[in-house]
Ligand binder design. Structure first.
Ligand code: PLP
Length: 422
């Protein structure tokens, strides 16, 4: 970063501080990961200079031959990786990808039906504060009170009663396998398209450890930056018949010029995800999550739905401490270098201050090469912190141990694909 240090030492210093924070803490936020140096190089490249409104070979600007090559390669890899007929790789985020899908086939006032936010859904699936909740009528389905899992018969009944114009499958904090086939059948029965949003589990899907939604869905959206371990941003996959509508909804519908440096970084991440070792990475994310979940349960904590099938779990703080709130817990864990996020658990009151869950995920610690033994250590530290009542001495002691583990498992700074082989 020598150039940056000369030109803007304050920003250079902030980036160094962030590097040090990442190096010395354990990233347990389920939606985060550490990208490879190759992805970072593409992201920091001169492709950022180029305007390329339009699509490959159909641009409004001249000088797009290299932009065309980048975007076409990214599209081809996305299609191959997911087995999709069409890919649009321009959405700036997962939210923009979802909005583009709605915009492509729905009129304002149409009804969308997704998973309730408090039960694990995402803001862009119709939350009232999000534009999706303002433009469209919203119906939602949720998990069952006793199992805290989706009951597909119940989802079907609700969908048949509500008759949405689009059904949405996919979640931000649902620790169980999503039955895309059942969602596909329900959408068919209702006579509406199915959008499967796999932002969280995309890496698990391409790694072969979670069922793939493509054959059952009209549209699939994902972010690139969670289990898929790419740059921030989104993509849309769909059947050929919707290609034109989707492309027009993204540009000129919702966005101007695409981010070609990001498209290049997405292409690199897709290439990495096609390597055989990515399958092993995906398998280890899930096995680490299972070990972390089992260890927390052994310590006496209750997890929503009793465990996990994927990369994340939700801990019910009231199972051991009736007074503990999400924000206190997340802030104590932060003090011990264990980075998480406050999260509601199903049936929590809506006020953020009354949430009673914490979400943990294993994509980033798995990227650092950690396995079962380290998951057990982490569960022990989480337990110590949550039982400490925020005691400064306990937090400092755990922080010291976490920092030591971080030194043993540095964030890979060589080629990511190579590091997965080790
Ligand atoms: N969809 C789901 C299921 C998500 O979990 C997220 C982000 O957490 C998104 C969409 C939105 O992604 P972004 O933050 O890139 O807008």
């Amino acid at each position: 970063m020598s150039q940056l240090e000369d030109v803007d030492p304050r920003i250079a210093q902030i980036i160094k501080n962030e590097q040090s924070r990442q190096n010395n803490t354990l990233e347990l936020i389920a939606s985060e990961n550490h990208v490879s140096p190759a992805v970072l190089e593409a992201l920091g490249s001169i492709l950022t200079d180029k305007y390329a409104e339009g699509y490959p070979k159909k641009r409004c600007y001249r000088g797009c031959e290299n932009a065309d090559d980048v975007e076409q390669l990214c599209i081809d890899r996305a299609k191959e990786l997911f087995g999709a007929e069409h890919a649009n790789v321009q959405p700036h985020s997962g939210t923009s990808a979802n909005l583009a899908v709605y915009f492509a086939v729905l009129k304002p006032g149409a009804k969308i039906m997704g998973m309730e936010l408090a039960h694990g859904g995402h803001l862009s699936h119709g939350k009232d504060a999000n534009i999706s909740g303002m433009l469209y009528k919203v119906a939602s389905y949720g998990v069952e009170k006793d199992t805290e899992m989706l009951d597909m018969d119940h989802v079907r009944e609700q969908a048949l009663a509500e008759r949405p114009d689009m059904l949405i499958a996919g979640a931000s904090s649902y620790p169980r396998t999503i039955d895309f086939e059942a969602f596909g059948k329900i959408a068919e029965e209702v006579g509406c398209p199915l959008l499967s949003d796999i932002a969280h589990i995309a890496g698990l899907v391409v790694g072969g450890v979670h069922p793939c939604p493509i054959p059952h869905s009209t549209f699939v959206t994902t972010t690139n930056h969670k289990t898929l371990r790419g740059p921030r941003g989104g993509i849309i996959l769909c059947r050929k018949e919707y290609a034109r509508a989707i492309d027009r909804a993204v540009f000129p519908g919702l966005q101007g010029g695409p981010l070609m440096h990001v498209a290049a970084a997405k292409a690199v991440a897709f290439h990495e995800a096609m390597q055989p070792q990515f399958k092993d990475y995906a398998r280890r994310i899930v096995s680490n999550a299972k070990t972390l979940a089992e260890s927390l349960i052994e310590k006496g904590w209750r997890l929503v739905s009793g465990g996990t099938d994927n990369h994340l779990m939700l801990l019910d703080l009231h199972s051991r401490n009736e007074k503990l709130t999400s924000h206190s817990a997340a802030s104590w864990l932060d003090g011990a270098a264990l980075i998480t996020n406050a999260n509601p658990i199903p049936f929590d009151p809506p006020q953020v201050s009354r949430w009673t869950g914490v979400r943990f995920g294993t994509p980033a610690v798995t990227t650092r090469g950690m396995g079962d033994e380290q998951m057990r250590l982490i569960a022990g530290w989480i337990d110590q912190v949550l039982c400490s009542n925020g005691d400064a001495e306990t937090l400092a002691k755990v922080r010291g141990a976490v920092e030591q583990l971080c030194r043993q498992y540095p964030i890979p700074n060589k080629n990511q694909a190579a590091s997965d082989k080790d």
